[in-house]
Design a protein around this ligand. Structure first.
Ligand code: ADP
Ligand code: MG
Length: 553
């Protein structure tokens, strides 16, 4: 196994890697980095998700661009806004010990003028989604006359999402003398096609190993009702006093809400998300590192800064938008050879995602049971009484006992103990939603419900290019609208849009959740499908539309 120092990377980069806790290169990194550093040729890198492809192209790219030249020298194309932001963040971390290197992320759904201004200031590396970049090229807001390197990251995803046309357009705008580095998890006909059209006899590097240093992570899931997730999280925390970890949420609002509730319920927790000021983030991270906080509640965007060792658990309160995020999330634990648990708190509608994840990342998810309330009470009693029985007798104890003697003198010792035990139980019940079993049975979950409720048909401009298949669509809607799979009926998935039936009682919620929302920089449209299933209920009860914040899509 090689070391990063043997790959030919410069000192400042090696220093940055040390700071990031990257101890040894993954297979794709050790094979492709020396090639990319030396040669001016085109290259294809194929490796599974989670194997560190960003660093595989990022490290040599950063070493190769000239920081003293303010022309755009490198372009990285990635399929989504989130990925662009991640790549940019990772690049900044890699270049933290280098001099002035300017990066900009450009993606749809954000102010284009601001992006144009950022480009005009002079940047060496542009990280972009294909749609927005094509816009910028058409507006002549960016010049590629000095471009030397083009990276197509997650080429398979970009093509799946229907970006072929944009990619074609962009590549024809690039100078002849440039290298293309294409990275992908899978090789497809479409990718071959791109390689044939634009690349010059590319060197292909393919590795088969699994995700970066991932083998120390145990992947688990618990199957619970959507409304019980928070309760389940607390049970896991109660059952294991040494539990120290991060809970992932999808939105800033959710992360704040969960952290606040945990604090209210007596846990040491706080939230971290992209909208905190740097000083606030630093303070939260400082408290987390010193274990003043045992549960950090984070969004995906904020998680990049979390490089804390010895985390025992990562919880996925909600499944991430993107498969790759799962790897990023779970990669926060199991560091430096320590064991860690990555646990998905899955509602029935999210089981497909868990299965899909297992298949793609070659992970064997183990189902675990949410600890029952009974054993948690038992744990707490153990610790309360362990405390009591090991406490030294205080010199003043007798004086005080004297004072309360009148209160307890008529109660037998056994009964006194019973009352103390009861107090622990009552306190637990007050804090937690009782001791009921939160685990769902798989069978129940599969049972077809006999729906008597009428359904309405909805249209949304999300299709197979976005969610791949019906399962993906189902999780997309359930997650986004917070409804269960059983409330959705027939799904007619088309390429770029879908008609689907949903319980009448849930329809308004679904519409509200996706109205004014965005998906990968595209405005979502949702309305009643034309061929609506005749609705029996025609009272026309128009609920007043409370102004709700658009979900992050
Ligand atoms: P991919 O693009 O192949 O899906 P990423 O580049 O997103 O994978 O990397 C997955 C995770 O592994 C990231 O959290 C990244 O910081 C981490 N990582 C990458 N390379 C290494 C390494 N050599 N050692 C430790 N962690 C790494
Ligand atoms: Mg990647």
């Amino acid at each position: 196994m090689s070391a990063f120092a043997d790959l030919g990377l410069s000192k400042p980069i090696l220093k940055a890697l040390e700071g990031l806790g990257f101890q040894e290169p993954t297979d794709i990194q050790s094979e492709i980095i020396p090639l990319l550093l030396q040669q001016q040729e085109d290259c294809i890198g194929l490796a599974q998700t989670g194997t560190g492809k960003t660093a595989a192209f990022g490290l040599p790219l950063i070493d190769k661009v000239n920081a003293n030249d303010s022309n755009v020298q490198a372009l990285v194309l990635a399929p989504t806004r989130e990925l662009c932001l991640q790549i940019t963040k990772e690049f900044s971390a890699f270049s933290s010990h280098l001099g002035q290197l300017n990066l900009v992320a450009v993606y749809g759904g954000a102010d284009i003028q601001r992006q144009i201004r950022a480009i005009r200031k002079g940047v060496q590396i542009v990280v972009a989604t294909p749609g927005r970049l094509r816009d910028l090229l058409r507006r002549r807001a960016i010049s590629f006359s000095h471009l030397k390197y083009i990276v197509l990251d997650e080429a398979d995803e970009m093509l799946n999402m229907g970006f072929r046309e944009e990619i074609d357009d962009i590549l024809t705008h690039c100078p002849e003398e440039r290298s293309i580095w294409l990275f992908s998890a899978t090789m497809s006909k479409d990718i071959r096609n791109i390689a044939k059209t634009y690349m010059d006899d590319p060197i292909e590097v393919k590795t088969h190993s699994g995700p970066a240093g991932n083998n120390k992570i145990e992947h688990q899931y618990a199957l619970i009702h959507r409304n019980d997730k928070y309760e389940a999280l607390k049970r896991f925390m109660d059952a294991d006093p040494d539990l120290y970890g991060v809970t992932f949420c999808r939105t800033r609002a959710e992360s704040t809400e969960v952290a606040e509730q945990l604090v209210k319920d007596g846990y040491r927790a706080d939230a971290i998300h992209g909208e905190l000021r740097q000083s606030q983030r630093d303070r939260v991270m400082q408290r987390f590192r010193s274990k003043d906080i045992r549960m950090l509640v984070a969004t995906d965007v904020a998680a990049r800064g979390i490089d804390v060792e010895k985390l025992t658990h990562i919880f996925h309160l909600n499944i991430p938008d993107d498969r790759a995020f799962y790897t990023h999330r779970s990669g926060r634990t199991g560091r430096a050879g320590e064991k860690g648990v990555s646990m998905v708190l899955a509602s029935p509608g999210q089981m497909r995602f868990v299965q899909d994840l297992g298949r793609h990342l070659k992970i064997d998810f183990e189902r675990v049971q949410v600890p029952d309330g009974q054993s948690i009470v038992q744990n707490r009693l153990q610790s309360v009484f362990a405390d009591i029985t090991t406490t030294n007798i205080h010199p003043k104890a007798m004086d005080h006992l004297w004072e309360i003697e009148a209160l307890v003198q008529d109660i037998p010792k056994d009964e006194l103990l019973m009352r103390m035990v009861s107090q622990v139980i009552i306190q637990h019940e007050k804090q937690n939603g009782g001791t009921r079993d939160l685990n769902l049975s798989k069978k129940k979950n599969r049972e077809k419900r006999e729906s008597t409720e009428p359904r309405v048909r909805l249209f949304i401009n999300i299709g197979a290019v976005d969610v791949k298949d019906k399962g993906g669509f189902l999780s997309f809607v359930c997650e986004g609208a917070g409804i269960t799979g059983s409330q959705i009926g027939k799904i007619e998935l088309q390429r770029i849009h879908t008609f689907f039936d949903v319980d009448e009682s849930a329809a308004e919620k679904v519409k509200r959740s996706f109205r004014h929302a965005e998906y990968n920089g595209r405005k979502l449209r949702i309305n009643l499908g034309d061929s609506a299933v005749p609705s029996k209920d025609k009272k026309g009860k128009k609920k007043k539309n409370k102004k709700k914040k658009a979900k992050r899509y």
